[in-house]
Design a protein around this ligand. Structure first.
Ligand code: ZN
Length: 138
């Protein structure tokens, strides 16, 4: 069995951002030389997410609106965690959107359903943060 590991770095200009990272993952697959197996992609920070969904701008605005209803950023004083920081909402948003995805690798390609794309969800940005890509297989 072959194994491949890579860290991808992201530094967003805004506090919250959704980035389609599918092309980065495809590049990792080619670099790994693995054709059949499993790919794990996970955020390495507890205020950002990896998830799979549609690359549609209206839906991305809906995510922002929905997450802000569930865990509004402000007022900062509404969260106990914010006695040390101001990012309690980002921890909660990350928990809802998920830490990682696992995708089947078949014949050298992501074995996706229709419209599936891999996203990095940043909820406390403006600094460098990492995503881990692990591929195992043959
Ligand atoms: Zn925090």
């Amino acid at each position: 069995m072959k194994s491949y590991r890579k860290e991808l770095w992201f530094n967003t200009t805004s506090r919250r951002e959704l980035i389609n990272i599918t092309s980065h993952i495809k590049h990792c697959i080619v670099e790994s030389g693995i054709k059949e197996g499993l790919i794990l992609v996970n955020a390495m920070h507890i205020t950002s997410s990896i998830f799979i969904n549609d690359d549609e701008s209206g839906l991305h605005q809906d995510f922002e609106t929905w997450l802000e209803k569930l865990a509004p950023e402000k007022p900062y004083t509404q969260y106990r965690h914010n006695s040390y920081e101001d990012n309690a909402d980002a921890h909660l948003k990350r928990t809802i959107m998920g830490r990682e995805v696992v995708v089947a690798l078949t014949n050298g390609e992501l074995d996706f359903g229709p419209w599936e794309q891999i996203f990095y969800g940043e909820f406390d940005g403006k600094r460098s943060k990492r995503v881990l890509v692990k591929i195992i297989g043959e």
